[in-house]
Design a protein around this ligand. Structure first.
Ligand code: ATP
Ligand code: LTN
Length: 334
């Protein structure tokens, strides 16, 4: 088998709200499986989070909660570099340089920007528009080979690649051009209330998303109310988005394939199916919640992990940033 341990993998999640099972299945779950095979950098993207309004005290708390959650989900700080984005100033510094080779028109075309601009019409700030450039800076700083994300981030990844190629063409070989790593199954978990829309942590409908912090009763209630259809067949297909989504969720938490899940529920009714999905999710969340709580009670440990992570990240990021500053012609002393 190919030795991939030298290959660099980068990903991040924003501490912008309670994480959903979509974030878990689409992102964090995959990180855990990859941390032994690759050199991994996993960040808490607090600089991205402030592109929409955040309550400062809450942002700080959520940053720590997210760190604890990563670890509770199985991200091992001894195996990878786990850190807070704003603790490494190179992200902002590189983003500035990359801004100068990114066109306003490209940013205006980004789907997430258009969505968020519509949802936060009172606060269409420069940061919101610049979000993909900061994300490109994150990835390119670490010379990442691979970026595991959910489907919704594909466009941002494309832009990161374009920016890398553009910089290399203009200034000479500097950045590795990263590849996306989007796993097919679970790459898009959809809303339980509108299965054509992505499950999102900021959905106004509280029944649309299952949060990793939800207790058993809440999880069961949300799945019971999940939108399906009227034909009572438990199979994954394009014309059955609700049922397909529930099968995806079940398979992800059970660790089986969707085909196996279909087999399990062959001939059963929707009521029983939803109950089983709810129980599987609740059973999987309980130990994660307990571990997160235990970690949050040990702030000293978390602070130490994040400090070490920031130092490691800084060492890697500094190399790329120095190279960039040299290439663009910034005076660096004699
Ligand atoms: P928001 O809804 O506030 O925009 P979000 O839920 O999309 O936020 P992010 O922090 O933007 O969360 O995303 C974190 C990671 O989770 C990304 O890799 C993203 O692709 C993944 N992700 C988010 N939602 C889903 C989903 N419904 N299905 C699969 N992956 C998802
Ligand atoms: N925009 C991402 C979070 C993120 C990210 C990154 C993901 C910030 N920087 C770098 C991968 C690589 C999101 O998931 N919404």
């Amino acid at each position: 088998m190919e030795d991939t341990t030298q290959k660099i993998l980068y990903s991040a999640v924003q501490p912008s709200g309670n994480l959903t099972i979509g974030n878990y299945i689409g992102a964090i779950r995959n990180w855990v499986g990859l941390q032994h095979a690759f050199t991994c950098f996993y960040a808490i993207a607090d600089m991205h989070a402030i592109t929409v309004k955040q309550e400062p005290a809450l942002l700080r708390r959520r940053t720590l909660e997210l760190a604890a959650l990563y670890i509770a989900c199985g991200v091992d700080p001894e195996q990878c570099t786990l850190y807070v984005q704003s603790n490494v100033s190179a992200h902002a510094e590189l983003a500035w340089v990359l801004n100068t080779i990114t066109y306003v028109g490209e940013m205006e075309r980004m789907t997430q920007f258009k969505d968020k601009a519509a949802r936060h019409a009172e606060n269409i700030n420069m940061g919101l528009m610049d979000y993909p450039v900061l994300m490109a800076a994150d990835i390119l700083l670490y010379q990442a080979h691979l970026v595991p994300v959910g489907m919704d981030q594909r466009q941002h990844l494309e832009i990161a690649r374009d920016i890398a190629i553009r910089f290399n063409n203009r200034y000479g070989e500097t950045f590795r051009v990263p590849e996306g790593y989007i796993l097919k199954e679970g790459a898009k978990i959809t809303s339980l209330q509108d299965p054509l829309r992505k499950m999102s942590k900021s959905d106004e409908n509280p029944n649309a998303s299952v949060f990793l912090s939800d207790d058993r009763d809440t999880v069961m209630r949300k799945f019971k109310r999940a939108v399906t259809d009227s034909d009572n067949r438990i199979v994954a297909s394009e014309d059955k988005p609700g049922v397909t989504n529930l099968l995806n969720i079940y398979a992800a938490f059970k660790g089986c394939t969707v085909a196996e899940a279909e087999k399990t529920f062959e001939g059963r009714g929707y009521g029983e199916f939803k109950l089983a999905v709810g129980e599987t999710v609740a059973d999987a969340l309980a130990p994660v919640q307990a571990e997160q709580k235990r970690l949050l009670a040990d702030k000293g440990y978390l602070a130490e992990v994040l400090k070490r992570g920031a130092e490691e990240a800084f060492r890697a990021a500094r190399k790329t940033l120095s190279k960039v500053y040299r290439k663009v012609g910034f005076y660096r002393g004699e």
